[in-house]
Structures are given as C-alpha cells and as structure tokens.
Design a protein around this ligand. Structure first.
Ligand code: AMP
Ligand code: DBH
Length: 537
C-alpha cells in the first residue's frame, strides 16, 4: 500500500534526480551507512549509543513490529520526548515503511486526536510519563476512533507486550529492511498551521534526505560535530536543519537535552564539549541572562556555532551573540513544509545579523508576490512563494486548503512577508497567515478561536499576537461574552478540551464587539494596534 500524497510533476522530479538532489535512497541510509561504526552517535543522560548499537536497536524494534503485523504503507502516531527512543523508533518505523506523525511532547488530547483522525494510525508509540498515557483512558478512546490501531507501545513501561523496551530487546534475527520507496512518503511533518485543524506535511525520503545533506554541507557538520539537541526532537529544525539527522549523516554525536534552559544545557555543553546547537530567540535571551549572572563563562567554551531560528531574531540581539557566546551565529529561517534558508558561515557579519539567510539549493525557486499573486520588483516586501526539490506540493488530504496555499504552478505561499536582496538573501518582515509565533511555537488562531466559541459564555473570539520582549509574541484573545467569565475559567476550559499549554491565550480582553474590516472580516490589525497602544500607555 502506498500513502496518497501530492507528487512533484514528472519534469521537475526528473530534473531533481538528474542534478543529484534526489538519490533514491531511503532516509534509513543516514544510519545504515555507519552501521559498522563504534563511534558514539547519541548521548541521552547516562545512556550512550554508538552507531552500531543505534542501528541494531532500530532493527530489533523494526523486526518486532513486523511480527506484530505492520506493513509498508501503514501509519504511526508517535509521541516521545527528547530521548534516545525517539530516534530508535523513527528509524525502526522507516525501516519497515511505516510512516509516523511525530507529535510534540507538549501536545495533548486535542492535537493527538486531530492527527489520529487524519492518518488513522496502525500503531501508537507513546510515553507512560506523559499526562495522557499514565492510564489507558485516552488509548481506549483512540482505539475506538481508529479501527486500524492494532499495536500500542509505551516508553517507561517495563513489563508486558506493550512495553517499548521489551519490544526493542528481541533479537532481529533474519530481519531485512523494507522501507517505502524513496519517492514515497517517509513520514509526516507537522505544520505550525493557520487553520482550524493542524495540517500534516507528507515528506518523502528523497526530498527530506536532500534537505539534510544540503544542510550538512552548508553548516559543515562532520564527524567532529557534537550537537546539543535542546529543542523538541520531533521539530523540523532540530531534526533536519541539519539537526540530529544531519549529525547522524555526518557521523557526529548528538547530545540530548530535556529542555533548552541554561540550567539544563550549560552543564551538558561543558561535559560533552558540545560545539554546535540550535536555539529559538527567547532561549538565546535566557542564555545571555544566565551568562551575566555567572562569573564563569567557561562552560560554553567548546561552542563554535550557534544556530538561531524559528522566529524573528532582532538585529541587536543577533549582533551581541558572537561576543557574548564567543562563537559564530547562523540564522536559520525554515519551515516544516520544506524551504530552509541559512546565513553562510563565511558571510560577513552585517549579513548574518540582519538577514535570515538564503535557500539551501540553487534550484529552490523563491520569489515575492503581491496580494494578487503577481511578482513584485526586487527588494519589495511581499508574500514568499517557493517550490523546489524539498518543498512539499500539498498538505495531506486537504484539497481545499491546498487550493489556497499553492498557485497554479505549484509554488507554496508560506504566509511570510519577506524581501529578497540581489544576492538572494531573505529578510522576514512579518506574516500574513493567521498565526501567532510564540517564541518559535506556532499557534493557529482559528484553532483556538473555534475552541473558545464552544464555551457557553462566549459569543465571538479573535486571537491575535501581542508583542513581548522575551517571547517576541504572546497571544491575546479578544472575546465578546454573554456574561462575565474569568481568564482562569477560560484557561481551565481550554485545558479540559485537551489543548497544548503553549496555545492557551496569555491574555484575555473582553470587548463589546469586534472591529470589522470593510469586507466584514475581523480587523486583527486594529486589535494588534489596540494592544500596542495599551502597552505603550
Ligand atoms: P512551521 O510551519 O511550524 O514549520 O513554521 C515555519 C514558520 O516559522 C515560517 O513560515 C516562519 O513564519 C517562521 N520562522 C521560522 N524561522 C524563522 C526565522 N528565522 N525568522 C522569522 N520567522 C521564522
Ligand atoms: O520554524 C520552523 O519551522 C523552522 C525553523 C528553522 C524549521 O522548520 C526549520 C529551521 O527547518
């Protein structure tokens, strides 16, 4: 069985192959190419796995899953935190052609249910230490709604046939990998989204592997790379830009951190002589604060490169990085949908401080459109349009949304407002999509508005971004209510609906009515302005 998805047109696919971007290798090659190496691949607390051990663990789990009846073209819902098991499971599933959705550990019932509804998973792999899986209530719910769900495995469950560690302990005798074809779906990436239901992004082996190799090249990852993965492992950025998969490709070493706090990370950096890590801007600010409070800066002495991306980095903060951290800055502007831009290691400082870099590939086609979709002259600010060898061609089973998100030639409109300079470097000026970027964590306004509307006291709701010194943006829900309702009550309500914590509005503002634009849509520009004026006064 093949998973249906929007393919690249034949002529482009042929071109991407001819130019060597698509090499028709499965993503599992990232690991199997080092299968005989006893170099350390992964450090997770006290646990260290070399490449051979990592590959064998994936083989053993893959063999067990095959015995449990899984087959090529099946799908999986996975939720694991920053632990070695995340990668073992990822490679195991890919080795047998099962395509996972890797939910973030911060996701709750609402998000997981949404993903499960879309892929109808055959296997669930989750963590007993996650709130949702301490008992079987939610698992039973999933089984009810997902008729194909036949295998449930749990990390942090030591006994029984649903113990992940037991399944990974069986020998893999006679196992031979059967990944899906390289131009088929390898797994689904998560979109930050701007619509009511979070969309899934089919990523093929060919396109994703190319984005990883291209990234490794640009960032010069090699066997001496020691990368701290402090952002959520499932996120596209620390997974593939070049991220942990880039490190594995290059035979370097991944050190896992449970969170990006200075308290967690500084010790790990010193202990394992980490030389590169990937952060979002708020984490950079917190690290700088921590360094100021700390007379001894030697803990970061091994750091050579600090990648910053996921949200806007102010030029001022950017310019302070080299001196404060004693290392180089690289800006990364990427998206789970594909296109990733990097400042290059030998770019001059001005460019590194003030732009978000340029695309990985010479065959990334990037241009700027006006509101009607027509190209704008060079240097103008407008909508980012792109297609290329690792940019998807359609969200999973979302024909209506795809009709809006792509133009007739298959260019994806990311919803970002950018300008492109004559050398092809992109600067992000803002956003058109209805999304809040809360320090790199994306919130689709409509998703939260729809949930608020189901509360009996709420007549109408609009979620907008409000400026925040640390996070860049936080969220404010403007509401029209039938009766007074306290923010704590609304947050409790959203939590009970199973929404991830980072999506809960940071502030609620009751209004008698919502301002409307000339065409009768909620005027969010005016709402944002109102917040700015209020903050200024
Ligand atoms: P997602 O769809 O969740 O993968 O998020 C991708 C979006 O994050 C982009 O379309 C941008 O809006 C935002 N983003 C990522 N990196 C940067 C960056 N370096 N500067 C500004 N915005 C960014
Ligand atoms: O924000 C993102 O989604 C992102 C940022 C940097 C991304 O997907 C990436 C690099 O690959």
């Amino acid at each position: 069985m093949k998973i249906p998805f929007t393919r690249w047109p034949e002529d482009l696919a042929a071109r991407y192959r001819a130019l060597g971007y698509w090499q028709d290798l499965p993503l599992t090659d990232i690991l199997t190419r080092h299968a005989d190496s006893d170099r350390i691949a992964l450090i997770d607390g006290d646990q260290q796995l070399n490449y051979r051990q990592l590959n064998q663990a994936a083989d053993r789990l893959a063999a067990s899953l095959l015995r449990r009846g899984l087959a090529v073209g099946d799908t999986a819902l996975v939720q694991l935190g920053n632990q070695a098991e995340f990668y073992i499971v990822f490679f195991a599933l890919l080795k047998i052609g099962v395509a996972p959705v890797n939910a973030l550990f911060s996701h709750q019932r609402h998000e997981l249910t949404g993903y499960a509804r879309q892929i109808s998973p055959c296997v669930l792999i989750a963590d007993r230490q996650h709130r949702l899986f301490t008992d079987d209530v939610f698992v039973d719910e999933l089984k009810q709604s997902c008729p194909r769900l036949s295998v449930c495995l749990f990390h942090h469950q030591e006994q029984g046939d649903s113990s992940l560690s037991q399944m990974t302990a069986f020998p893999a005798d006679g196992f031979s990998p059967s990944p899906s074809a390289a131009d088929e779906v390898a797994f689904f990436q998560l979109s930050g989204g701007s619509t009511g239901t979070p969309k899934l992004i089919p990523r093929t082996h060919n396109d994703y592997y190319y984005s990883i190799r291209g990234s490794v090249d640009i960032c010069r990852f090699d066997r001496d790379t020691r990368f701290l993965c402090a952002l959520p492992a499932a996120h596209n950025y620390p997974l593939s830009s070049p991220g942990a998969l880039g490190v594995f490709y290059a035979a370097g070493q991944v050190v896992l951190a449970s969170d990006p706090s200075a308290t967690t990370c500084f010790g790990l950096i010193e202990q394992h002589q980490v030389n590169v890590t990937a952060l979002v801007p708020p984490a950079v600010s917190l690290w700088i604060q921590a360094l100021q409070d700390q007379s001894d800066r030697r803990s970061l002495a091994s750091l050579r490169l600090l990648q910053v991306g996921g949200a806007r980095l102010s030029p001022t903060l950017a310019a302070s990085i080299p001196a404060v951290f004693g290392c180089q800055l690289q800006q990364v502007f990427g998206m789970a949908e594909g296109l990733v831009n990097y400042t290059r290691l030998d770019d001059d400082e001005q460019r590194i401080f003030t732009t978000q870099g340029r695309p990985i590939c010479a065959d990334d086609e990037v241009w700027v459109a006006d509101a009607e979709g027509n190209p704008l002259p060079s240097g103008s600010i407008g909508r980012l349009m792109t297609r290329g060898p690792y940019t998807f061609r359609g969200y999973f089973q979302s024909p209506d949304h795809n009709a809006q998100a792509f133009d007739a030639k298959g260019f994806y409109c990311s919803g970002d407002l950018v300008s492109i300079d004559p050398q092809g470097y992109i600067t992000v000026h803002g956003r058109e999509k209805d999304q809040i970027n809360r320090g790199g964590e994306k919130i689709a306004a409509e998703e939260i508005e729809n949930l608020l509307l189901t509360h009996p006291a709420i007549i109408d709701a609009a979620l907008v971004a409000m400026e925040d010194d640390l996070m860049g943006e936080k969220s404010c829900a403007f509401i029209i209510t039938r009766e007074t309702v306290r923010p704590v009550e609304l947050r409790r309500f959203l939590r009970a609906e199973g929404v991830a914590e980072f999506k809960l509005p940071d502030r609620f503002e009751a209004l008698p009515s919502l301002p409307l634009t000339a065409v009768g849509k909620v005027d969010k520009k005016q709402l944002r302005l109102r917040l700015r004026q209020k903050n200024a006064s």
